[in-house]
Design a protein around this ligand. Sequence first.
Ligand SMILES: Nc1nc2c(ncn2[C@@H]2O[C@H](COP(=O)(O)OP(=O)(O)OP(=O)(O)O)[C@@H](O)[C@H]2O)c(=O)[nH]1
Ligand SMILES: C[S@@+](CC[C@H](N)C(=O)[O-])C[C@H]1O[C@@H](n2cnc3c(N)ncnc32)[C@H](O)[C@@H]1O
Ligand code: SF4
Ligand code: SF4
Length: 323
Amino acid sequence: MLIDGFGRKHDYLRVSVTERCNFRCQYCMPEKPFSWVPKENLLSYEDLFKFIKASIDEGIKKVRITGGEPLLREGLAVFLKMIFDYKNDIDLALTTNGFLLPKVAQKLKDSGLKRINISLDTLNSATAAKIAQKDVLETVLKGIQAAADAGLKIKINCVPIKGINDNDVLDVLEFCKSKGYVVRFIEFMENNHAKDGAKGLNSGEIIEIISKKYSNLKIVPRDTSSPAQYYELEDGFQFGIIEPHKDDFCAQCNRIRLTAEGFLIPCLYFEDAMSIKDAVQNNRIEEAVEILKKVLQNKPEKNKWSIKDDNKISTRAFYQTGG
Ligand SMILES: Nc1nc2c(ncn2[C@@H]2O[C@H](COP(=O)(O)OP(=O)(O)OP(=O)(O)O)[C@@H](O)[C@H]2O)c(=O)[nH]1
Ligand SMILES: C[S@@+](CC[C@H](N)C(=O)[O-])C[C@H]1O[C@@H](n2cnc3c(N)ncnc32)[C@H](O)[C@@H]1O
Ligand code: SF4
Ligand code: SF4
């Protein structure tokens, strides 16, 4: 079993397979890069798989593939199949912007993918184009439908940003309600890669918007394995809010992150990281597991998003860490 220095059990591994992306979301990577990590510096699927296997043996029960945009990396379906074939009862999930899903949703499902979380910040094309800096909405909606048609369990992620898509919260909720998708609104997590001056709605503001139409929201008892607090409408539909600015948000953290370059990252807020690249590339898997345990031993207790100090902003990039 994987336990960190604060006694938190870790059974959830998030693997970023690429930092590259076909969107430039304002809250994530608004500026055109600069330069990508050269492909030859990335861990191969075979090397990522060696580590995933070892971490499953150590107690990981859920593996989520993310990025950047994970569907940009060739051969992803084969990689998923490798994981599925190793342990078919693993909770195998993917987080994507949905743009490439129309062509590959069925193939992903056939490869063992069980669940898919798709980002959808608005149902207005112009707003979507403003956020992603590309005309994306129509294709993303087709992608969501393709995932549903393939029989994947769908969750929608929406990051409401003030002055951009704060008026879209209800639309996104209604869309998900009509389709039967789970939806979570995520508080924008300030970091110095996001657009200067971007401000997210906090959970109170999100609830205020939803309450204008749906009163008597019921708080659903917290599932400690999920980062979201769920609320229930009178008709039974539930939506979640991920509120990392709350002081106790990290108390149940169960996740560890692996980047495409082979860095293990204990927390989404901090720069701390240790590389397993050399160990896995040279088949020293026990050493990679030792590194994993060391990273967990030194994992911080909580993030600093709850501390309101604009001078102290996280430097960790979501697109590299995988969110
Ligand atoms: N601060 C923080 N944010 C998180 C954490 N886990 C998820 N989030 C936020 O929620 C976003 C969406 O997460 P997903 O990739 O959909 O994964 P998930 O929330 O674990 O999904 P489920 O397995 O369906 O519960 C992430 O990109 C982050 O913005 C976490 O451990 N810490
Ligand atoms: C980094 S993306 C990677 C996967 C995929 N490209 C996508 O957008 O779903 C994972 C999640 O992080 C969220 N995200 C990115 N930057 C964020 C930020 N600054 N604050 C909160 N959530 C953020 C996105 O909305 C997305 O749901
Ligand atoms: S949130 Fe996802 S889709 Fe948007 S820029 Fe970041 S990695 Fe790309
Ligand atoms: S902010 Fe860090 S410690 Fe808190 S839940 Fe997220 S990854 Fe875990």
